[in-house]
Design a protein around this ligand. Structure first.
Ligand code: AMP
Ligand code: MG
Length: 397
């Protein structure tokens, strides 16, 4: 067995960032910028009002109440046509440009209107409720540095600044293949010995959650030729391929045999539980992750190796999820076996502390308990931990 760090370093060394591209902002959610984003406009682009109210000369309000002549109404999206003179005011709506002559806004709640005269009750400072041009972003500012993961807010800023395209690492196309003679996916009655394929849906969904582009490459029987065909085709069509099943010690575990023959493969026995076996290789430079077939093992292996490698290919500066400190709500006993154990838990925030509750059903085939948990407690080799002790936690969502 090898330590997890060695396995991960091996994988990450072969998962290099892809050449960067121009991406439509509309398609950029979750991608990582490959160049600094510099503002070529200011935001807001012009001084405007933060309130519905009246644009005034603040000096006119030296003694209040004061009556001012209303000379026009300025709606958002429309330009003022008149300068506000002494004793005058313009009615103005949130977002509308400030008219010449005015230096402050009085909110409508502090006024009363009678025909074309407004009475103002309170004084205001110059600049009151005015949002100056460039208040948020100034032309020439560094908006986001290279390496930023684009969230909804980032995309909004890019739209505000008029960007249509942005330099990013491309979204990775990742193929997913399930292998196993026992697997079916048609929803029909199970024949003796058959089970339904769950890994493919789980892995495709994890890929979506992580902003990769999942490509369903289907179900392949435990047949060396069929697996070879599927792997070489997948390596051609995708930036990376994930398989599940067929990498253990069984008589029909052909994935690792095929990968070894047509690719450059390392079969690893990693000192972790679950997800001990991993076949990682490349076919003509395309990374192939041969994950174990047990449903929980395939998810944990995805988290620890595939996700990290794929994020590194997609330009993430921090491809590996950080481990945080939590407190065990109950004891989590284990036996020393030379492995790190990843225990399914529900982590909850309680008075600023991450408290972890182990869930029942820790077998690597028990996918329901994985689905019910939101985190993995990381137990180093040894006897485990007692209730109240500190424990390392990998928050999965
Ligand atoms: P393997 O890694 O091929 O030896 O499979 C290990 C266990 O995982 C076996 O019990 C398989 O039936 C099960 N398994 C493999 N692939 C899948 C899959 N795609 N969905 C659900 N279970 C699977
Ligand atoms: Mg199998």
């Amino acid at each position: 067995m090898i330590p997890i760090e060695e396995a991960r370093t091996y994988v990450m060394d072969r998962c290099r960032p892809q050449p960067t591209v121009g991406t439509d902002v509309a398609d950029a959610l979750g991608l990582v910028t490959s160049a600094d984003v510099i503002a070529n406009e200011s935001l807001p682009p012009f001084a405007n009002t933060a309130m519905d109210g009246f644009a005034v000369r603040s000096a006119d309000l030296d003694t209040v109440p004061v009556r001012l002549e209303v000379i026009e109404t300025i709606a958002a999206g429309h330009n003022p046509t008149r300068e506000v003179g002494l004793g005058q005011a313009s009615r103005i709506m949130t977002g509308a440009p400030i008219p010449d002559g005015a230096d402050a806004i009085v909110m409508v709640e502090k006024t009363s209107v009678d025909g074309d005269v407004v009475t103002i009750e309170a004084q205001v400072e110059p600049g009151n409720h005015i949002r100056p041009a460039g208040d948020d972003v100034k032309e020439g500012d560094l908006v986001f540095p290279a390496g930023t993961r684009l969230s909804a807010g980032h995309l909004g800023v890019l739209c505000s600044l008029g960007f249509q395209k942005i330099d990013t690492f491309p979204r990775l196309r990742v193929g997913v293949i399930s292998t196993g003679d026992e697997l079916v996916d048609d929803g029909g009655v199970l024949e003796p010995g058959q089970i339904r394929d769950s890994n493919r849906r789980t892995l495709l969904s994890l890929l979506s959650e992580d902003a990769f582009l999942p490509v369903d490459l289907g179900l392949v029987a435990d047949n060396e030729l069929a697996i070879e065909e599927a792997l070489s085709q997948g390596a051609q069509d995708c930036d990376a391929v994930i398989t599940s099943g067929g990498v253990s010690m069984g008589d029909f575990d052909y994935v690792k045999a095929v990968l070894d023959r047509i690719g450059d493969m390392r079969w690893m026995q990693i000192a972790i539980k679950p997800a001990k076996p991993l076949a990682f290789g490349t076919i003509s430079g395309t990374p192939i992750f041969g994950l174990p077939g047990n449903p929980v093992s395939s998810m944990v292996s995805y988290e620890l190796f595939a996700r990290a490698g794929l994020r590194s290919m997609m330009g993430f500066r921090e491809p590996i999820r950080p481990i945080i400190k939590g407190v065990a709500a109950k004891s989590m006993r284990r036996k020393a076996d030379g492995k790190i154990h990843y225990v399914r838990v529900i982590a909850e925030q309680e008075n600023g502390t991450t408290v972890v509750y182990p869930v029942s059903g820790q077998g690597s085939h028990m996918l329901a308990s994985m689905a019910r948990s939101n985190s993995l407690a990381v137990l180093p080799d040894g006897e485990g931990c007692e209730a109240g002790e500190q424990v390392d936690v990998l928050l999965l969502d």
